[in-house]
Design a protein around this ligand. Structure first.
Ligand SMILES: C[S@@+](CC[C@H](N)C(=O)[O-])C[C@H]1O[C@@H](n2cnc3c(N)ncnc32)[C@H](O)[C@@H]1O
Length: 440
């Protein structure tokens, strides 16, 4: 990686964030795969700021590119990714944080010095100073500035949701609320809220789901009261719906086909500990995350490595219920994973569709007659949701769509085969659910 990424030096959070963003722009990973590497190399006190810079620079990436375009005399070339990344992280700080301007410019120039490219140092210095001078007079008119989304993604959302697109974009640009799922087997929600109150942690109960609690101010997961003991888990309210919709019965044999890191598996077991749950996941390295989640919650799942697009892993015994939390674009969880704005491509959506179809077809064979299957994604694209289910139910011959009724007040779009939740400012992420019953 060159002089910028010297493993022997103590890194500054801005340098680490620039290197992280550079890799995202170059499609060499996502924030969740790259960030742990740098977190381990930074002094602990710099990690929160590093994370903020990574998330913020991705969240506002397209707005900042509009600003850069306004400030440069000639557009940056595509291969000037490193310079683009440094500028983006610096401008994010100038506009969205209270770091003093001179500290931002000095640090950016210092990083640029290590590039050994005098032109880059000069450009970064000049452009940041110009940004400080003209930040109030920057044009806020163009769509990229106003909406801060990749143009193709914005256009797609506008086309799909002509009435709701502005709300979706606004939610996507917002920091996500921190939502907890209270383990109601272990503690009543009111008692958990009282426990938070005792520790001066401000929170409120969701009016929709009995297990959901919102913290007013986000905090590190391990500091959340009761988290280590399994009293609560971090889970979006939309994701919590899966457990309620599947509504398992005592001793049900259930397959969670795409299980890691085990968020929904844990909920299913909390709701009905007598179930026999097989937690399937194709990435071996992700099984550890499921195991530690189950251990934290003090529940048991049978962990199985395997690919849900074939049945090589299956022991031939049919399940009473199946959850397919399918791999998807993540277009409903952009506020939680703002790098999706940069990384998402239509081609990836098309590839997911093939996997989603294949999973449904294969796993349907492992479901017993009268059994139920919940298909869900964290996508707002009908091509990964409604269209997949429509295609499946019309070709498979023994699938019936079960009605879904969600608590009133949750903003939802009922569809012919399920329900689509859109990301909302103060509550759930975007999710799709379809509940199917096997008729024979
Ligand atoms: C949306 S995430 C699941 C989240 C999980 N259900 C939870 O609530 O914590 C999708 C998971 O499916 C896994 N996956 C993707 N393709 C798969 C396949 N062909 N077979 C099994 N798992 C797969 C991914 O590695 C990822 O962990």
């Amino acid at each position: 990686m060159g002089a910028l990424d010297n493993h022997n030096e103590v890194m500054h959070q801005m340098q680490a964030a620039s290197l992280t963003l550079e890799r995202v722009i170059a499609r060499r990973g996502s924030l969740s795969t790259i960030m742990p590497e740098y977190e381990g190399r930074l002094p602990a006190q710099r990690v929160p700021k590093y994370k903020e810079l990574c998330f913020g620079s991705c969240r506002w990436f397209y707005r900042i590119q509009s600003i850069i375009n306004q400030l440069v005399e000639r557009p940056l070339k595509d291969n000037e990714i490193r310079v683009r990344a440094i500028l983006t992280v610096a401008i994010y700080q100038l506009l969205e944080t209270n770091t003093p301007d001179h500290a931002v410019v000095n640090e950016a120039v210092d990083i640029a010095r290590k590039l050994n490219k005098p032109w880059a140092k000069g450009l970064i210095n000049a452009l940041l100073r110009e940004c400080i001078r003209s930040r109030r007079s920057l044009s806020k008119e163009d769509g990229q500035y106003r909406h801060a989304h990749n143009p193709w993604f914005l256009e797609k959302i506008q086309t799909l949701y002509p009435d709701n697109w502005a709300q979706i974009i606004k939610a996507n640009n917002h920091r996500p609320p921190l939502c907890l799922r209270v383990n109601l087997r272990r503690i009543k929600r009111e008692n958990y809220l009282a426990m938070l109150g005792d520790q001066n942690v401000s929170a409120h109960a969701s009016p929709f789901l009995p297990s959901a609690v919102y913290l007013t101010t986000p905090m590190p997961v391990n500091s959340i009261p009761g988290f280590r003991d399994g009293l609560v888990s971090v889970q979006d309210e939309g994701a919590q719906l899966a457990g309620y919709l599947l509504n398992l019965e005592k001793n049900d044999r259930c397959l969670d086909a795409c299980s890691a890191p085990g968020g929904k598996a844990g909920h299913l077991l909390e709701m009905e500990p007598s179930i026999h749950l097989v937690a399937l996941e194709w990435k071996e390295r992700k099984l550890g995350a499921i195991a530690s989640n189950m251990a934290r919650l003090k529940v048991y799942a049978h962990l199985q490595q395997g690919d849900a697009t074939n049945l090589d892993w299956w022991d031939g015994r049919q399940y009473d219920a199946i959850l397919i939390d399918a791999p998807c674009s993540g277009s409903g969880v952009v506020r939680r994973h703002p790098d999706i704005k940069i990384l998402l491509e239509q081609q990836q959506v098309d590839e997911n569709r093939a996997i989603q179809r294949q999973m449904l077809q294969q796993l349907w064979q492992t479901l017993r007659a009268e059994g139920k299957m919940l298909y869900c994604t964290c996508s707002i694209f009908p091509e990964e949701n409604e269209e997949i289910i429509e295609e499946f139910t019309t070709t498979c011959g023994n699938a019936e769509v079960e009605p879904i009724s969600l608590p009133e007040g949750i903003p939802q779009h009922k569809t012919a085969n399920g329900v689509q939740l859109l990301p909302s400012m103060s509550a759930n992420d975007g999710f799709y659910f379809s509940l199917l019953k096997k008729t024979d």
